[in-house]
Design a protein around this ligand. Structure first.
Ligand SMILES: Cc1cc2nc3c(=O)[nH]c(=O)nc-3n(C[C@H](O)[C@H](O)[C@H](O)COP(=O)(O)OP(=O)(O)OC[C@H]3O[C@@H](n4cnc5c(N)ncnc54)[C@H](O)[C@@H]3O)c2cc1C
Length: 339
């Protein structure tokens, strides 16, 4: 069985690791952060624990529903419809509900369930991939430390981070890597409920707003801090926030909200700078297999989109590609002569 290195413990990297472990391979996942989950991460704050990335998942593919059903049966996810409104010129209009899955306790539980059978090494940022003539790939971290030798390596980091890691001679470099936009989130806790939400769980803002979407987190799951709302910022607004500090970002979000609603006193605020949040626009799926270097790409963007459909599709494509790669490695070279 093969020894496989996986870069990134987001849902796609962990899914591919869990599947390959189930097929009998030995997988090691390297994650640069302290926690698992990538864009599904949870953060411990002085005022509570929060999911700071996707507040819920919105699959449309039947295969994704089938895969998420497993987490529903395990009591990790719930499935349903979220009440939604659109805010147009200061007026709220009812909008079709969102069909979604959301974590009963935390997105982290999805990632921990996937990581149960897999070796994950956290706080280890892979900085270099060196392929040798015998097909073995050596990984090292940003401190110059060795992370081991592997028969195949799967890269599941966002597009620019993956591009930075690919060897200069990799054929995968010859294709157009998609641009990824920033999409910061600001989570605000007020001392009372925010009137703007009324009976809505999700509010979508119009395109000219600095805010894209607001989500009433406490209606999604029990145990979430009360009167706590996540606001997703538009890409241009997120870009602007990169020049300011956290207090200025919170102030700008409060000012945007105050244009639409009276605001109760603010109790707590947290800014999460997602600089590589989603693709600028959906595009074609990428070629993911470099059989000369035994490298495979994974991650939602490799399937041409952002979101759970693309993330899980990318994991399936990566499992197929690695399986083909290992089969090819096992094939004996043709005999030089027959006696
Ligand atoms: C605010 C927000 C809202 C969203 N809303 C929705 C939604 O409504 N519906 C939906 O379906 N999806 C939504 N998503 C998208 C969804 O979260 C992603 O599609 C999915 O989590 C991507 O998973 P991934 O594993 O492909 O990538 P990631 O989660 O980005 O995982 C990549 C991992 O690689 C690690 N890494 C990077 N470089 C290195 C390195 N050199 N060494 C080691 N580790 C490295 C990163 O730390 C990260 O953990 C949202 C995301 C965000 C942020």
């Amino acid at each position: 069985m093969a020894n496989i290195g996986i870069i990134g413990a987001g849902i796609s990297g962990l899914s591919v690791a869990a599947r390959l472990t189930g097929l009998g391979h030995h997988c090691t996942v390297f994650e640069k952060s302290r926690g698992l989950g990538g864009r599904l991460a949870r953060r411990k704050l002085p005022w509570g624990q929060l999911d700071i990335g996707a507040p819920f998942l919105t699959p449309t593919l039947e295969e994704t529903h089938d895969r998420l059903a497993h987490f529903c049966r395990a009591g990790i996810l719930s499935r349903g419809r979220l009440q939604r409104a659109r805010l147009v010129s200061g007026t709220l209009y009812e909008a079709p509900a969102i069909k979604a899955y959301w974590a009963n306790h935390s997105n982290n539980e999805i990632c921990h369930a996937l990581a149960e059978t897999v070796k994950v090494i956290r706080q280890r940022r892979i900085a270099a991939i060196a392929a040798s003539a015998n097909g073995i790939i050596h990984l090292s971290d940003d401190q110059g430390g060795s992370c081991g030798d592997f028969d195949a390596v799967i890269l599941s980091a966002p597009a620019p981070q993956t591009l930075a890691l690919l060897p200069e001679t990799s054929t995968l470099r010859g294709q157009d890597f998609p641009e990824m936009q920033p999409g910061w989130t600001v989570t605000l806790q007020f001392e009372e409920a925010l009137g703007l939400f009324n009976h809505q769980q999700v509010i979508d803002f119009t395109a000219d707003e600095p805010l894209v979407r607001g989500v009433d987190l406490a209606t999604l799951r029990q145990g979430e801090p009360l009167h706590c709302y996540q606001f997703q910022l538009s890409a241009p607004f997120s870009q602007l926030c990169r020049n300011g500090n956290e207090a200025q970002t919170v102030e700008a979000v409060m000012a945007a909200l105050a244009r639409h609603s009276a605001l109760p006193p603010l109790a707590n605020a947290t800014v999460q700078p997602w600089n590589l949040c989603r693709l600028e626009k959906p595009g074609p799926a990428l070629n993911i297999l470099d059989s000369a270097h035994n490298l495979v790409l994974c991650g939602d963007w490799t399937a041409g989109d952002s979101g759970i459909d693309a993330a899980l599709t990318s994991a399936e494509r990566a499992v197929d590609a690695v399986t083909r790669l290992l089969e090819r490695q096992r094939e004996l070279p043709p005999p030089l002569y027959s006696p």
